[in-house]
Design a protein around this ligand. Structure first.
Ligand code: ATP
Length: 614
């Protein structure tokens, strides 16, 4: 059949494309090292490294530091409460903040360009806009904020003084306007406020927390690092995320945003050799992006100190505080040497925020602002959700039908990618094998694969060489993979929030996508939450699913309290919040099983207030 040929062609084409595109990842950066201005050969182990990692500049006169940037003034100390530096940085003193950055030029010459462009091409970038974002869909987006003195949103990046180097990188990224979550959170963060932000998948949360951090470090005065071990490093900002791949992605993004700002970003995650990460750290770090396990390791080895942390960001914060991660997060945030809330600035981001998690998270925050931003455009336009009743034994043939239909429609001929979620690692391997022997190039990502295999699988999927990725929930959150046209929930998750994150791998940044779920009697406990979610998103709910939902609405792990809209609502507004523990789940009996459940986290929106991810 011609399918074989077309798959082979597809692979060949995409391989070629991959080489030219550089796929926005660090590979692309390597390719740029041959630009005339940077003709010197950069050995592989030094590539993708901010070049300002050099010995302390002459201006620096403090004790041994691995973090200091050559341009950072005379070493005035940051050490007092957060308000001190905020006032000097963001108040009337702002005007003085951006001049005289000449010292950074030295770093500029050597820093590997993560955009794969050259300074000379900046004008060309100015003329382009990120066409992926549907800006019209931004009108009338529902937003809810709560907290004291919420700073007003901005409409443009120009309205906030992020600094010229960062602005230039924003232009390079072709971000013409801030997305809604950025419009609201950037002024809040620049004002030094703590923040809990709930905004739909694919809406630009990464930049929303990176921009204020980078800008704040750029404008901050050079902190004098304490003298501990010569090999201990003192990052100024910590960004935690739950998976290695997500940490790598945030690192890549942050490196782009901080290009030529003098701000150094390093990533540390498990499964990769620690020595290499230690070497990177020793070259200097301002922003450390990390997974919790590897960070605990580094802290216990006293190779990282959190003493100088000014900014703490938790991406996928609800996941970071669920039962799996909470002890590690508490250890990092509360039991090491990190400054307390009110001294550091803390920002929590996710598309989902169950109330119980909000309650836990509030321990980490001081006088925070809660923000819920509705989805970009109408949900019906972005992710079309379908649920099909498929018995366990029919799932494979049903998947095959879907994939054949996609081929017939030519979707995959255009490099469209399909992400298939399954429940178990074994199930992932077995489905991948079956797909491959049936002529559908597939790969897999799950926790039993080596880190190298995981990274290779992701690369191959992103490039289109292997247009089907079978994944467990390790790929459910945060991953920003362009051209994922279809997400298939081959096995539905037990938790409606996981469903939301999984389908959010498509329909990103204003683009449309399709999500198909295979439902059968094993998923009855999810029926109510799924039907509610689909209804809220203006999706067609099959009659049989409504019947399942009616049957299961008496309880169950995914029941939402108050029958209300799902909840990006501030738990502090809920009158039951002072009553403690189980009430956050509406008093439902299934609440003890919190870790795997999202039940009842809505609490109900009032009229006219829209959920953050409907
Ligand atoms: N202002 C902007 N203009 C154009 N594109 C943007 C803008 N901000 C972010 N993007 C793009 O939108 C995409 C999604 O952003 P991001 O990965 O930060 O989403 P997210 O909200 O963190 O999603 P998730 O909840 O799945 O983690 C990225 O490709 C990013 O480059």
């Amino acid at each position: 059949m011609s399918t074989r040929t077309s798959w082979a062609d597809l692979a060949a084409n995409s391989a070629a494309e991959n080489v030219t595109a550089g796929s926005s990842a660090s590979n692309g950066a390597v390719g740029t090292t041959s630009a005339p201005a940077r003709a010197a050969y950069v050995p592989p182990h030094l590539r993708n490294r901010p070049a300002s990692s050099e010995p302390p500049a002459a201006a620096y006169n403090g004790p041994i530091s691995n973090n200091d940037r050559s341009g950072y003034g005379s070493g005035s100390r940051w050490g007092g409460p957060r308000n001190d530096y905020n006032r000097s940085g963001y108040g009337g003193g702002r005007a003085g903040g951006w001049g005289g950055r000449g010292g950074w030029d030295r770093g500029r010459e050597r820093e590997v360009n993560p955009f794969g462009d050259d300074d000379d091409t900046e004008q060309a970038f100015n003329e382009l806009e990120n066409s992926g974002i549907n800006f019209d869909a931004y009108e009338d987006i529902p937003v809810e904020t709560s907290g004291d003195n919420v700073p007003p949103p901005v409409n443009t990046f120009a309205e906030v003084d992020l600094g010229e180097a960062l602005n230039q990188n924003i232009r390079r990224c072709k971000y013409v306007k801030p997305t809604p979550v950025q419009r609201h959170t950037i002024p809040i963060s620049l004002a030094g406020r703590d923040l809990m932000a709930c905004a739909q998948t694919g809406s630009g949360k990464t930049a929303a927390f990176c921009f204020p951090i980078i800008s704040g470090i750029m404008r901050g005065q050079c902190p004098q690092r304490p003298l501990r071990g010569a090999r201990t490093v003192y990052p100024l900002a910590l960004i935690l995320s739950p998976t290695r791949e997500l940490s790598m992605q945030i690192h890549e993004e942050a490196r782009k945003f901080s290009y030529q700002t003098g701000v150094k970003v390093v990533v540390a995650y498990g499964g990769a050799p620690i020595n290499q990460q230690l070497r990177e750290l020793e070259r200097g770090v301002d922003i450390l992006v990390a997974t919790p396990g590897r960070l605990v390791d580094l802290l216990e080895r006293a190779r990282v100190s959190l003493q100088m942390i000014r900014y703490l960001a938790l991406d996928e914060a609800d996941r970071m505080l669920d039962m799996g991660f909470e002890p590690q997060i508490r250890k990092i945030v509360e039991q090491m040497d990190m400054p307390p809330p009110g001294v550091r600035q803390t920002m929590l981001f996710s598309a989902t925020f169950p109330k119980e998690i909000q309650r836990l998270a509030s321990d980490f925050l001081s006088n925070y602002i809660f923000l819920a931003v509705g989805r970009v455009g109408s949900s019906t336009d972005l992710i079309v959700q379908r649920v099909e009743f498929v018995h366990e034994s029919d799932k494979r043939s049903h998947l095959m039908d879907l994939l054949h239909a996609q081929r017939a429609n030519g979707v995959q001929g255009k490099q469209a990618l399909t992400l298939v979620f399954v429940e178990t690692k074994k199930g992932a391997d077995s489905l991948e094998h079956w797909l491959c022997i049936n002529g559908f190039p597939a790969t897999t990502i799950h926790g039993d694969r080596s880190q190298q295999e995981r990274e290779q699988a992701l690369r191959s999927f992103k490039s289109g060489n292997t247009p089907i990725l079978v994944a467990t929930d390790v790929a459910a959150r945060g991953l920003d993979i362009p051209h994922v046209a279809h997400v298939v929930n081959f096995d539905l998750p037990n938790d409606i929030d996981d469903y939301v994150h999984r389908i959010g791998r498509t329909g990103r940044a204003g683009k449309s996508g399709l999500a198909t779920a295979f439902f059968n009697e094993n998923n009855a406990s999810l029926a109510k939450a799924l039907a509610d979610l689909m209804q809220e998103s203006n999706q067609e709910v099959p009659a049989w699913l409504s019947r399942y939902a009616a049957r299961s609405s008496f309880g169950g792990r995914n029941r939402r309290s108050g029958g209300g809209r799902f909840g990006g609502r501030d738990f502090r507004r809920d009158s039951s919040f002072s009553r403690g523990g189980s009430d956050y789940y509406g008093g439902g009996s299934g609440n003890a099983a919190y870790g795997g459940a999202s039940g009842g986290h809505g609490g109900g929106y009032g009229p006219g207030v829209t959920s953050a991810w409907d």
